[in-house]
Each structure stands twice: as structure tokens, then as C-alpha cells.
Write a protein of this length. Sequence first.
Lengths: 391, 132
Amino acid sequence: MYLTKEEERVYDGEYGWARQVCMKILVKLGDLFGADRLIPIDSAHISGVSYKTMGDVATEFIEAIAADANGKAAVDATINPQSFDAEYLAKKLPRELMDAQLRITRCFERMGVKLSYTCTPYYIESPHMGAHLAWAESSAVVYANSILNAWTNREGGPSALAAAIIGKTPNYGMHKAENRNPSLIVELEQPLREDVEYGALGILLGKILRDRIPLIKGVEDAPKDMLKQLGAALASTGMTNMFHYRVNQRVETLEKIMVENNDVKKTVEELNTANSKKPDLIFIGCPHCSITEIKQVATYLDGKKIANNLEVWVCTSPFIKRKTEYYVHKIEQSGAKVLAGTCAIVTWTDKLGIETIMTNSAKTAHYAPTLNKAKVILASLKECLKTAITA
Amino acid sequence: MGFELRGRGIVEGKCVAEALVSSMPISFLGDVDQKTGLVIAKTHDLYGKLLKGKVLCFPHGHGSTVGSYVLYSLAKSGLAPKAIVNERADPVIVVGAVMANIPMVDGVDITRIRTGDIVEVDAYRGVVKVIR
């Protein structure tokens, strides 16, 4: 890969250890995947923020970068959710876990990144069409490429951090137009009806596709929130960075696969691991809720009370929570909590005695058995909310 | 006796160890317990297996982008595989292996390797030698 004189100096360590390590990560990726050079990026989105998923060793790496005077973000950068919110979970979790989380968040503060604490940074500022990005957080990567037509590879947490500090990313993969075309067509036997079916389709396709880009027919008019579910699930089981859903290109010669309704149903069933129908927690907001989703939840819960001994969490970014105060109030009047900047997956639900999680997110259903040691009930948003008030 | 599989060296290094082969992709976050190096996903074909000291062969990475940090943490705690062999490298695994300095090769037909085989990984040359 070609490096400018200035980039070479960074590589040789003239600007300190942090920038050198970051440059080495980018050059390694670039060399390996056939990049010709580094290209400037509009923004970076960094994963690896929750202490629960990071642990002490990775925290020390972040601390070392942040301790270096040159370990500062060179472009706009946002970060993923952290392991608690200040209003609710901070009061329920042990002090030492909070302290450990604060070690990480202080690092990002020092680096000058925006403390966005969300997996949906595109609701804060939507990237321009055709913009080059270096985003980690696999669900955001798929959303950016597929729905916003902004261009990013699926960065690992450290390579997104490296790109934030260098302000560039190697020019390969999704940054090249020729790699963004669909290579097969997915047809649906029956139209998808609700959020869990979109998620299940994602889980199913991720396993089949590996890194191939599909054109999915029959979801052209789906709400963006449904496509968000599809993409998040797709990224959980696959390494696919993108799907197409608008049928405006000549693709008739491509290989086709048909997804039968039964396959979707079976996938939903497989993700349901709970024996009991009684959840300890109902979790909405994976990925973090949009304004529309907050409104939907508020409209349903308005004037109602959630059942006793049940936790109901609606998770979103601090930004969206501030913007939807009126609706947040309605949700919280019911006894449900709107948690900002965290989610069930990145916090310690097991330490709160939560054994069964009900959710409308296939991504959560995929991760919760291992990351939360929880059993899962996967059901539509409507079903989740209905259970919230009658459980 | 044995045979050689040729691929591409990704992270330099050389080692000989027992192979642990999976036909399924791995997400180091979620599938693997960071504190023990044990595969904890019940749906995974390596469920209950320890990665430590093995030549870990799997098709490719998938899922969470935090996987790079998990791999790095495993290595720092002495729980990482000795080498990684993929059919196709993805950025999340590559970055983890680079940071952790775990020899890594991709472009190898891993279906020719069986769990328990003694394999020699030469990631300088991108060669995996199966000794039977």
C-alpha cells in the first residue's frame, strides 16, 4: 500500500506510540486486503465501550492510547453504548463495575470523541451519501451501507479507533464501487409481516451468505426500523456488510435463492430458548430505538401500567431520549424505563437476577444466551408490549 | 507422512500444535468466554472446548466487532489459540490477531484438517503442514 511521506513518519513513530500503533493496524489491513492507499474518512464509530464486553486487558490497551498526548481523534467519532445509564442501572449495579466503566469512558473523553453511547449514531448525524466512513458496530455498518448509502467496511473495534485517530482508512472492500453490487437475489415466498420476521430473515441469511451481498426482493416498502432489524441480525450471524432492497438494477442473471415462510418461522422458533412464557425483563431497543419507535411504545403504554415484578427497558441514545422527552414521560409513567446510552446486552442483567429476557430483537435473541446467560422469548413489539401490561 | 496446505500468511510466526477444527464461523464476543478461553455458545460445534494452545481452524469470523479485543485479551491472559487458520480472513479476526501477535494464515481448505491432527503453521510462508 502506498503511504505519503507524512503517513510514513507516523508509521515510523515520529508522532508517538499511539499514532504509530494505529497506523500499523491500518497498514496491516490495507496490505492484506489489497488497498492501494489510505483515504480520508468523514467519521469513525467505535465499538468496544462497555466494560462488560471489554474486560481489564482491553481497557488497558485503550488507556495506553488515551495516555499518549497524540492519541486524539482526528475526525468526528462516536462510540457504542456503555454498560449502565446514570439514572437507573447506575443505582442498581455494584460500585466497582461503575468505576471500571468510568476508566473506559474517561479514555474516550480524553481522546476527544463524542460520548454518544449508541449503536445508532446515524440518528444523531446521518452520514452523506457516498461518504467514506470507518465504522465498527456491525449493525450500524449494515445500516450505513444499505440504507444510507454511506461506505464503510465492518471495522473491528480497534481498527475503528485507529481510523478515528489517524482520520483515514485503507481503501478496500466496501470503499470501492465494484464491490458493492449484489451477487445473488433473495426472494421471499411470503411477505414479511412484523419485526421478528425481518430479524429472523437476517439471522437466516447471515448463515447462508458469508460475505456475499444480496438483493432482497419484497422489502422495498418496509419501514426503515424493520430494515434495521434485518441488518442487525444479518450482521450477527454473517460477515455481510450490506444488502440491497430496491429493485432498480439489472440483476436478472444472478443466482436466486427462495426463502420459504417455514424457514423464517423455524428461525424464530430456534431463537426462542425459554421454556416459561414469563419474562423477568422485556427489552425493546436493540439496535437503539428511533424516534418513531419511542413514539410507538409511548402510544401503546400511554395511560397503562406495566405488570408488577417485571422490568421493562426501552433503550435508546441519550440524544434521542432528550429529543423525545414528551414520549419518554409517557413511557415512564407506565413504570417502564427509558435507558439512555446502554442496553441489555452490554450490561449485567444476570447480576440483576434476570433469567428470561423477552425482546423483539433477533440480534438480542442471538447474543443473550451467551452474553447474558439468559433464556429468550422472541416476539413482536406488539406482543412484548402486551405482555408488559398483562404479565 | 502428511501433506501441506498453501494459503496466505497474515500474522508472521511459526508453531506446531494440535488442531481444533470447526466448520462454523466464530464470533469471539459471545461464543468464547474471555476469562477462561472456553467456547460457551451451545449452538457452536466447538461448545465446551478450550482454545488455549490449539491451532484454531475455522472458516471465518462473523458478528460482533468487539471480537478483536476478546482475542487480544485471551492472548494477554495466556488463553489464546497458538495459531489461527481461516478459509477467509475478516478484519475483526485479523486486527485481533495482529494486536495479540498470534500467527495467522488464511486461504486454506480447512476441511482437510481434522481436530487432533498435529499441524505445523508457518505463517511466514503461509503454509500449514498436517502431520499424520
